[in-house]
Design a protein around this ligand. Structure first.
Ligand code: AMP
Length: 189
């Protein structure tokens, strides 16, 4: 199985590249942000629980996020592999993912971090805001999300680096060029 974590700050292009990668490698895409947004849209109990946190750009507590992620994996028993997008965002989540996959005789194959400058991120999210109207793409909320990334989420990188599983790809440039660079890394695994 090919189990990839696509890693990077808000606006790095994880969603865009995940869509291309799942089509090419026939993987199941699990974006915790997308799943949370679907819960909010459908007014589920979980959606109500996390709505304010997400609007404020804060991380959802680990226990809630991990349980939701595991449920999503279990619902795809035929998957050839997964792309985890926006998960794990804390070391606790990374440890839980490892333990969960180990219990299924699987593991993370690689973590690919998209490298993008802070200036590029802010510009991209301003553009995305015009198209999607995500409330957490507002300037102040976005600042909080980028803070969460640089204080908590970034700590996940040394965790995977220590396992020899971390690769980096330049996330600035043409979408197809970045995709080709990702494929090069994946094909060499
Ligand atoms: P995203 O679409 O990945 O940018 O996620 C949108 C929001 O969902 C984040 O700002 C968090 O509030 C929440 N979220 C998504 N994934 C996670 C996660 N792995 N851990 C905690 N909160 C998350």
């Amino acid at each position: 199985m090919l189990n990839l974590v696509l890693f990077g700050p808000p606006g790095a292009g994880k969603g865009t590249q995940s869509e291309k990668l799942i089509a090419y490698y026939q993987l199941v895409h699990i974006s915790t942000g997308d799943i949370f947004r679907a819960h909010i849209k459908n007014h589920t109990a979980l959606g109500q629980q996390v709505s304010q946190l997400i609007t404020d750009g804060k991380l959802v507590p680990d226990a809630i996020t991990i349980a939701m992620l595991e449920e999503e994996v279990k619902q795809n028993p035929q998957a050839k592999g997964f792309i985890f997008d926006g998960f794990p965002r804390t070391v606790t989540q990374a440890e839980a993912l490892d333990a969960f996959l180990t219990s299924k005789n699987q593991q993370i194959t690689a973590v690919i971090a998209l490298d993008v400058t802070q200036e590029e991120l802010t510009n991209r999210i301003a553009e995305r805001k015009k198209l999607t109207n995500r409330p957490d793409d507002d300037a102040e909320k976005l600042k909080k999300r980028i803070d969460e990334y640089f204080t908590k989420t970034i700590q996940v990188l040394p965790y995977y680096e220590a396992q020899g599983k971390l690769d980096k790809v330049n996330g600035i440039g043409e979408i197809d060029t970045i995709f080709a660079d990702l494929c090069k890394v994946i094909d060499s695994l």
